[in-house]
Design a protein around this ligand. Structure first.
Ligand code: ADP
Ligand code: MG
Length: 253
């Protein structure tokens, strides 16, 4: 031990002088700052999303509501880093640069079929992890764990053509969970399912977000789906409005 090492007393006093470590608010997972997206140029330009400010933070459970064409997919694709705004910025202060989003931290569940037909369910769930650099064994173990957490293990060896649309959508939720996401973005995940099966997929998305301790955003035009989440944001004609029926009174920041 070096002679200059402070005594325990001195170190305790220094800690006390510094005061208790008060954790600051966590940075948002995604921050949309004055971001807008239009397609085409000049007189043919079409605004898909008007200038928007909002943030998604840890623990958020948000339904992004709006009719077809209101800009839901556009906003979700910007939040997912799949698309870039034509004006303004989108960043991920709580996650990292765009390259850090996938596979894993930001998981996306789309409306339609997204499983590769030649691969079994467990292989479909493991594939993004393998692309992310995990060994086959590691990825398969994590895929099996995610399937088990969502009670989907009996589907593991089936091919996509052997399961229903609702089951395939549940497997897509399992694939999102396997990446240990911080943020799950689901773009009309129930759009091609009947009400009851769609409702089960929403249950599973909420369960996956709870298991992963991830924030969750589900876009939908269906008020019954929106009612399942504590916070609702309304999009109309590319504009993000504060919803009057939002229980949490939380507003897009
Ligand atoms: P939603 O998901 O709510 O149905 P979108 O975000 O897909 O809405 O679309 C918003 C608007 O942007 C729509 O008017 C749509 O036609 C337009 N749009 C979306 N993608 C494109 C594109 N690739 N090219 C031109 N217009 C687009
Ligand atoms: Mg859409």
């Amino acid at each position: 031990m070096s002679a200059v090492t402070p005594s325990l007393d001195e170190r305790l006093r220094a800690l006390k002088d510094r005061g208790p470590a008060v954790p600051g608010p966590l940075p948002p997972l995604v921050r949309v700052s004055g971001a807008a997206r239009s397609y085409g140029e000049g007189s043919a330009a079409r605004v898909a999303l008007r200038q928007t400010n909002c943030e998604i933070s840890d623990g958020d459970r948000i339904a992004l509501m709006g009719p077809s064409g209101s800009g839901k997919s556009t906003l979700l694709h910007l939040m997912a880093g799949l698309d870039q705004p034509t004006v303004g910025t989108v960043d991920w202060p709580g996650i990292g640069p765009r390259e850090a989003l996938r596979p894993g931290p930001v998981a996306i569940v789309f409306q339609g079929p997204s499983l590769l037909p030649a691969l079994s369910v467990v292989e479909n769930v493991a594939l993004p992890l393998i692309f992310g650099g995990q060994s086959n064994d590691e990825a398969t173990a994590r895929a099996d764990r995610a399937l088990a957490q969502l009670e989907l293990s009996e589907l593991r060896d089936k091919l996509p053509e052997e399961i229903s649309g609702g089951q395939a959508q549940r497997v897509a939720v399992g694939r999102a969970l396997a990446g240990e996401p911080r943020l799950i973005l689901a773009d009309e995940p129930t759009g091609q399912l009947d009400r009851e099966i769609g409702s089960h997929v929403v249950d599973l998305l909420i369960a996956a977000a709870d298991h992963a301790d991830a924030a969750l955003v589900i876009s939908t035009h269906d008020p019954a789906i929106g009612a399942r989440l504590p916070t609702r944001w309304q999009l109309a004609d590319g504009e993000l409005l504060v919803s009057a029926d939002d229980d949490s009174k939380e507003t897009p920041r």
